[in-house]
Design a protein around this ligand. Sequence first.
Ligand code: ATP
Length: 927
Amino acid sequence: MRSRHQAWVQPSGVNPEEAAELLLRDLRSSRRGLSSAEARRRLVQYGRNELRRRGTRRWPGELGRQFTHPLALLLWVAAALLLIVGSLVVAAAVMLIIVLNAAFAFVQEIQAERAVEALAQYIPQRAKAVRDGSAQEIDAAELVPGDIVVLEEGDRVAADVRLLAGAIEVDMSALTGESVPTLRSASILDVDVPVLRAHELVFSGTNCTGGEAHGVVFATGMTTELGRIAALSERVKPAPSPLERQVRRVAWFIAGVSLVLALAFIPAAVFGAHLSPVDSLVFAAGLLAGMVPEGLLPVITLALAVAVKALAARGALVKRLSAVETLGSTDVICTDKTGTLTENRMRPLAVWTLAGRCDLQGVPPGSVNAPPGSPLSSAGHIAAACNNAHFQSGKEPSGDPTEVAVLLAAQALGADPDAARREAARRWQFHFNPELKLMSTIDQRDGRLVVHTKGAPETLLPRCATFLDPHGRVTPLQDRDHDVITAQVSAFASGGLRVLALAERVLPADAPPPHRRDDAESNLCFVGLVAMLDPPRPEVADAVSRCRTAGIRIIVITGDHPLTATAIAQRIGIVGDHPRVITGEELDQLTEQQISDLVRDEPEILFARASPEAKLHVADALRDQGHVVAMTGDGVNDAPALHRADIGVAMGRSGTDVAREAATMVLTDDNFASLVAAVEAGRRIYDNVRKFIVYIFAHATPEVAPFLVFALGGGLVPLPLTILQILAFDVGSETMPALALSREPAEPGLMTRPPRPRTEGVIRRSMLLRSWLFLGVIVGALQLAGFFYVLVRAGWHPGAPTGVGDPLHHAYQQATTMTFLGMIAGQIGTAFAVRTEHASLRSVGVFSNRYLLAGIAGELALAALLVYLPPFQALLGTAALPVSDLLLLLPYPFIVWGADESRRYLIRRRARRRGAPEVGTTRRRVT
Ligand code: ATP
């Protein structure tokens, strides 16, 4: 295993530094990185840093599966029976159905898969590489061997890297399955250990969970360890979603019912209608083939894929198809504040020291009078030193928005914001830790080492023993000073401002600098506060109010100050005047049961100064109560909560790679409003799935009715619909309009009804009643009316012969054609009827779904061919109908649709009388 790196990493007797230099020489690189020109050249030589999975040859297997899934097997059995009894034409028709369905399902699956794969390109992985002497963010696919990369907390490692400086913690679970973070350091050189355990190496696909390091890329793309695994592994087929499982169950149920009906038909036809056993068998097999809903699942898969694509275009990337249905039943959104509810474009408003407040709004750099030694000048120094933001002339500032704002404040106070000089002076850094809510650096300043710390005032103040008085003198911090500072923090925070405290400690000249964080961040001298404005996003208030009407509860869980969080939450309408605010400290004191009671009983609750674990506790409590929870997060520590929530939502712009990895959905615009739009889309898609289930089920009754009439007629009534006509109807009319229904626009009231309960299945009894007993019965009655009308008009009476050669045979053919076309006309009415579940069709627009109109046009064209083209007439037993008969069919769709429109109207009226909301058949308590 080690051999691949043998040339680069000396086996023994070499210190880490020398080994690193050797490796750099071998890779023809240096610690200053590559030039852009050289990187371009290497990109051509080594190829893009991407994984290619094996899988191009898998399609014959996939296609084969479509022919062998259980429902297809059932149809094969029917076809085999038909062949045995010698009914070749019907057998061929059943096989045609199997083939068409298999091809259709295969195409849908490929399309769905492509849609999900295409999402990857929306979030190209980024990497920080040193090119032309400066660190730049580049597309990770463009990394080449020899590139120097910077790895920081939250980054996903994009190539195999040998560390050159620094140390990081790495989560290797993607490669080894072990999720305990392991230390990787440039200064430890392992020999004779397996490559994956070498301390100086980190690998593509793993995550950096802490620390910071520089390293040189030694393998990219398929030559990385991950590439080797990818080359070995087949594509993993995603597990079926709950929706798919339910639909599969229902498809089976219907197949079972069809089988029972078909089998029951045989004795009824033999003894009731005196049909020969062979003919009865043929009818039964045909009936079965017509009724098995084999097209249902692929239509649903495609509907979800279409939704996923549409969501991506609106800024919400969903990683699994099944997430769309979960989104639709989301009833609690736990959101953080900064960047999601607010713009994350922070501006410094003021700096406050014990000498007073200094407003910074609209103040040009360096224009504040901050004499050396004054608290303001010290505040400027701390703000500039304890910072990782970058200002480059002519470019937007880069870095964490809080740090950018702090650096802007430093600049206004006359401090030097130059990153290179800052880094030259820096001796040590304690990264910002969201648990501690602090960040510190140890820097060289005026010949001394100084600890510079910034962070949340409540955590920083207890670490201060002194403060800088208005004259810049270090003074012991008394309780009353503490109160003055805290009062100022509250004043800023209750205006919705974000407040950071600044502190410092000059280290004794002779003592070694502290290397433990606790030591460094103690005995500090409080210098001042920076207040920043991060306004709410303008579109969020509207999204919040849509959540309210939709019965979706919003819980803010933020790391920010309670007053800041409350002010912002109030401003955008999430909470009213008196929300219950729980701080992270309070939460830590509560038992699981207490947390659970709290989230259940408090209608307006807000978690501030919350640690990432708080998110986990709240998510658990809510899920235990049966809620479907969407949870946002962006840091490494948020990953467990993102995993645990039903829908983990990460931020595409500001979030870490680790959070994006753990999430089910990534918001490319970081915007809360996009999350709400995604929930809305989830609801719409679920509704649409229900619509086409009603549509597809509705043709069962008209298919069975003719056989029932025939069997019960005891030989007096000829069969009103031939087997081949049923099969032709099945092929021609079912799928196109069903697909079109998955693109239905949202029905009014979509976001004014409560969320669907987690336990509610996709198919409700009311849907079955509506499709089988209401729409189906009306279509069945209409088609049979047409059938008898044409027969009777030609002089038929019960028992009159209609067989080949009989005088009534042509009339009989026309009558079955009338049944056939009646069924198609009725289904068109059904398609329009099911477009809305509660509302009137007018409210969504009669012609608003062009796919449906196209589907119906296609269906009509096909029907015309089947009825008027002689070869089809011979095959299906159809006969041309006079225009007067066609005119009779014209009202059919309107009758079906009109009847359903009236039914819906009556239901709405009844609901109004009862004072219940107009829509939604499910109701649940929304706290
Ligand atoms: P949210 O959880 O809503 O995104 P947040 O951004 O305030 O809110 P964190 O990023 O965890 O949450 O920050 C928590 C607190 O830590 C902040 O309110 C601030 O007081 C402090 N803080 C944030 N960023 C820094 C930083 N770069 N350096 C020092 N302290 C910081």
